[in-house]
Design a protein. Sequence first.
Length: 397
Amino acid sequence: MKAEQFRIGTYPPPDRRLRLGFVGGGRGGQVGAWHAAGARLSNRWDIVAGALSTDPAKARLSGRDWFLAEDRIYDDYHAMAEREAARADPVDAVAICTPNHTHYEIARTFLQAGINVICDKPLTTSLEDAQALVALQKDTGLVFGVTYAFAFHAMVRQARHMILEGRIGRIRQVHVEYFQEWSCLEKKPDSGQVSWRQDPARVGKASAISDIGTHAFHLAGYVTGEEIVALKADLHVCGPERGLEDTAFINVRLAGGAPGTLLVTQVAPGNYCALRIRVYGDRGGIEWDQEKPEYLRVSYLGQPDEMIVRGKEGAMLPSIEKMSTLPSGHGEALSNAWANLYTEFAVAIEARAAERSLPEGMLEFPTAQDGARGVRFIHAAVESHENGGAWTPCGPA
C-alpha cells in the first residue's frame, strides 16, 4: 500500500441503516453483545432478525429482549436464511456469534442464500472448511468480514500506517503478548459459555491459541503489514488440567525476515485483557497496550519519546481521524473499536449493493482470507508443537 492511500479521512455517508441479523448471541452470550453494541454505536445498522439460540424457547425470549418482530425471531438458522432471502426487506448481513465448529455451515448457508456474512473468529475449525468459505465468497462476490476487533482501535490503525509509511524504518522484530487470568481456577458448572472452549469437537485443535492466540497473530501481521510465514510453538497447560493448552510460547518469522514472538496465556493472575504489541525497526519503535488503548508510544533513535493521544488535534494521521469520534480525554474503548469495524463492514456492503467503487485503502477490515490465515496459524502451531517445536510454514492459507 502506498502512503498516499492513507490520506482518506472520511467514510462515505450512509444511504440508510442496513438490516442486520444474528445467529447465536442470545441470552447468556457475551460475543453477541459485543457485536450488537458495535453495530448500534456505528449508527449504520438496525438489528432486525435472529436465530439467537438452538433452544427454541431461549431463542424466542432472546428475540423479545432485542425487540425483534415476532416473525423475524427464528428457531433455526436454515429457516432464517431461507425466509430472509425471500423477503422484500431481507437482512443485508448476518453476524455469526456461535461456537467455532458451527461457523462453516452457518456461513455457507447464508452465502448460498445471497446474504453477506460477518463471522466471529476463528473462521472455522478446519483449514479445508476455511478454504471452502474463501472460494464460496469469491464465487458469490458477497462481503465476508471476520471480527478481529482489536485492530479497529484508532491507535492500532495509527501504528500500522506509521509503520507502513516507514516512520520506524525497516522492521527488525515484533512482539505480541495476550495475557488473561480467567482459566486459573478449577472449572465450574456453567451455561456452556466456557466449557465448549476446551472441547476439541467444538473448539478445534487448540483452545487458547484459537481464542486469544488468533488475535495476537492477526495483530502482528496487521500492524507490521507483513505476513507471518513460519513459526515454532511450545504449548503448555499451566492451570487446571482441561485437555487442551491454556498457554503458548510461539516464535515467528515475518515475510521480510524479521523475527518475533507471540506469547499467550489464560492463566496469568492479575491480567484481564492484556493484549500488547511492540514493533521495533532500525529507526525506532512503536508500542500499544489494549488496556490503555488511547495511547501510542513512539520512540525514535536519538530523539525524545512521544506519546500520541487519540483525539488530540494534530497528533493523529489524517487517515485515522475518521476512526475517532470523541475529543481527547473522553475515553473511547473496545466498544468504539467494534463500531469502527461495523462501520467498515457497512461501507463495503452498501458500496457493493450500489455498484459503487471505493478509493483504494479506505477499508481495511479482515476478510474471509484473513480468517483462513488464522485457521492456518492454529494448525501450524499445533503441528509445530507435536513435532517437538520444529519450524513450520505458516504462509497464506
